[in-house]
Design a protein around this ligand. Structure first.
Ligand code: G6P
Length: 607
């Protein structure tokens, strides 16, 4: 997500910080800033591109050889100058940059405000600067430790103070942090590529560790103060490999980030009992109870996420829900109206058709809720309610982790609306909550099975056509699996409800034609198996996505991609991963440009 830089050594810190931040630009950001200590702490920060910050530094340069810097990708508060990092405490003696989310920032902020603190931004991060200042009693490390103990969430924070001017203290709680070891100088960064041209020797900071950085190196300890003996690693990657975290492509990196994305999307929003807190969803229970119909509108992968939402809303809310392509809905002669909630889903929040459909719905009296990944995007500005997906910048054109976050967001929304309407009882709410909280571990397990997906890719790499079938939620996933495959492998593929196969497409199933069948919905399992038998009878090659405990499928399938057993309602979240990996490997085997597939754009801002 956001980028972090730090420097302490003999050189001017400002240019080194800015240069490091530029090397993190590929991750996406919407504002940038640096702070340098030189007797006092001086901060420069600006909305928009790093060039704006550079212009500012040209007019008002920073002098000093220790500093921290940040590129922000907004989560709390719009991308403005004031919300850009670094943030200082009111005295200006402590300065912080931060990645990730402080889940309990609202209550911390209220406490601090009650004690007289005045805030200059809307961010959760500013709270950290105030907390460290409040807890400081002659020992910066101790103050940071106390601030961390008070701050729930997944994040990385970096602190500098004029009281202890030759050190930087940083903590990792999930968000990445590395220390680059130079000769008489030390670097700190969220990612290796930021400083790879300065050094190849790195200390990788682990979760719940604290590091003190000086020009002589770094000392690592646990957040509880136990010393940690961390060996430096020597990185041999080139800069491009480093940007991809050592993965061959951004797509593979992003597929592998999905467990963390689920954690991030859920952070601070879901209690064990299924109670949901959605910070920018403003409608009350009365409104939720009075909704007559839900419209979901989107394009591409976001539309497929909407198909999942439709199933969830119909099933657990018993609420009539229609999902419509935005480019269709916008010309559908207003069929959306008051008492109807329109949910527009868009990773970028800038897709022209989705914006038009959302406007049309709003103009016709429908309340408009945006599910988007980009804070301050056009869609978010237009929406009545916003549910940010927090997937972090997605670079590969073929969407994976943003889709994952869209699914999670819709489960949360269903719980929120269901509680107000009384259609989700306490037992179901707790079950869904449990399933979602277990999901990151389940996804890790699915990711470990990548070799199965590679074997499936070998099977279909030379096919002319590939078909995907499933029922209900499985059909929705089949749609996304098929899209992933065609986007990057350029194979023709089609998805359909399993029951539809015999109404036409079966004519195309001949010897060896691959059919991918999704089998995670137990209530229609036997029905789907009938379709599998139809395929087998025509010589088709069956690739199944099935639970670990499903032994029945072994009788029919040429290859099975396994996912751990889980509640059917949540299974799509795990079942999409083997399909993403399979598409990835087919494209790789066919030597395609995976991250930039031909003819496609990440964001389509024209009609
Ligand atoms: C383009 C991208 C797709 C994406 C779609 C919708 O077609 O290539 O990956 O799903 O736009 O984008 P959005 O930003 O609205 O989710």
């Amino acid at each position: 997500m956001c980028g972090i830089m730090g420097y302490v050594g003999p050189q001017e810190a400002g240019p080194i910080l800015v240069d490091g931040l530029k090397r993190l630009e590929y991750r996406g950001y919407d504002s940038a800033g640096v702070a340098v200590t030189n007797g006092s702490i001086n901060v420069r920060k600006a909305q928009g591109k790093i060039a704006n910050l550079e212009d500012m530094l040209e007019v008002e340069p920073l002098v000093g050889s220790i500093g921290i810097g940040h590129t922000r990708w907004a989560t709390h508060g719009a991308p403005t100058d004031a919300n850009a990092h670094p943030h200082t405490d009111p005295s200006g003696e402590f300065v912080v940059v931060h990645n990730g989310i402080i889940e309990n920032f609202q209550s911390l902020r209220e406490q601090l405000a009650a004690d007289g603190s005045e805030f200059t931004s809307e961010t959760d991060s500013e709270v950290l600067a105030h907390l460290v200042a409040r807890e400081y009693d002659g020992d910066l490390v101790e103050a940071v430790r106390k601030a961390v103990a008070l701050s729930d969430g997944a994040y990385a924070m970096v602190v500098m103070s004029k009281r202890e001017p030759r050190k930087i203290v940083a903590v990792r709680k999930i968000s990445p942090l590395v220390v680059g070891l130079g000769d008489g100088e030390t670097f700190l960064a969220s990612d290796i590529p930021a400083v790879l041209h300065h050094t190849r020797d790195f200390l990788i900071i682990e979760d719940d560790e604290l590091v003190v950085v000086t020009e002589d190196g770094a000392t690592v300890e646990t957040i509880d103060g136990e010393p940690v003996d961390r060996d430096a690693i020597h990185v041999t990657w080139d800069a491009e490999q480093a940007e991809k975290g050592g993965y061959e492509h951004f797509m593979l990196k992003e597929i592998n980030e999905q467990p963390a994305v689920v954690t991030e999307t859920l952070a601070g929003r879901l209690d064990e009992d299924g109670t949901v807190w959605l910070e920018d969803v403003d409608f009350g229970d009365d409104y939720a109870a009075a909704i007559d119909r839900v419209w979901i509108t989107a394009c591409g992968t976001a539309y497929h996420a909407g198909l999942i939402g439709q199933e969830i809303f119909r099933r657990i809310l018993r609420l009539p829900t229609n999902v419509e392509y935005a480019h269709e809905l916008r010309y559908a002669d207003p069929i959306v109206g008051p008492n109807e909630l329109t949910i527009a889903i868009s990773q970028s929040g800038e897709t022209a058709d989705t914006l038009a459909a959302a406007r049309l719905a709003g103009d016709n009296g429908s309340r408009m809720l945006a599910i988007t990944n980009v804070v301050g995007s056009t869609l978010s500005r237009y929406a009545d309610d916003i549910l940010y997906t927090r997937a972090g910048p997605e670079i590969s054109v073929a969407s994976t982790k943003a889709y994952m976050a869209m699914l999670i967001a819709q489960y949360l929304l269903a719980l929120r609306i269901g509680a107000a309407r009384g259609t989700v009882n306490a037992e179901l709410a707790a079950r869904v909550s449990h399933g979602l909280h277990q999901m990151p571990a389940a996804l890790e397990e699915v990711l470990r099975r990548e070799p199965e997906a590679l074997a499936a890719a070998e099977l279909i790499r030379s096919a002319e056509d590939v078909y995907f079938i499933g029922r209900g939620l499985d059909y929705a996933i089949a749609m996304e699996g098929s899209l992933k495959l065609k986007e990057i492998s350029y194979l023709h593929s089609e998805a359909m409800p399993a029951g539809e196969l015999k109404h036409g497409t079966l004519a195309l199933i001949t010897d060896g034609v691959p059919v991918v069948v999704m089998l995670t919905q137990r209530d229609v399992y036997d029905k789907t198996i009938s379709a599998v038998q139809e395929v087998k009878a025509r010589g088709g090659a069956v690739i199944a996505v099935a639970y670990d405990t499903d032994t029945e499928i072994d009788k029919y399938a040429d290859l099975v991609l396994r996912i751990p057993d889980m509640e059917d309602l949540m299974a799509p979240v795990a079942a999409v991963i083997p399909l993403q990996l399979m598409a990835y490997h087919v494209a790789r085997l066919r030597d395609n440009d995976i991250d930039q597939p031909r003819n496609l754009a990440k964001s389509v801002t024209v009609e």
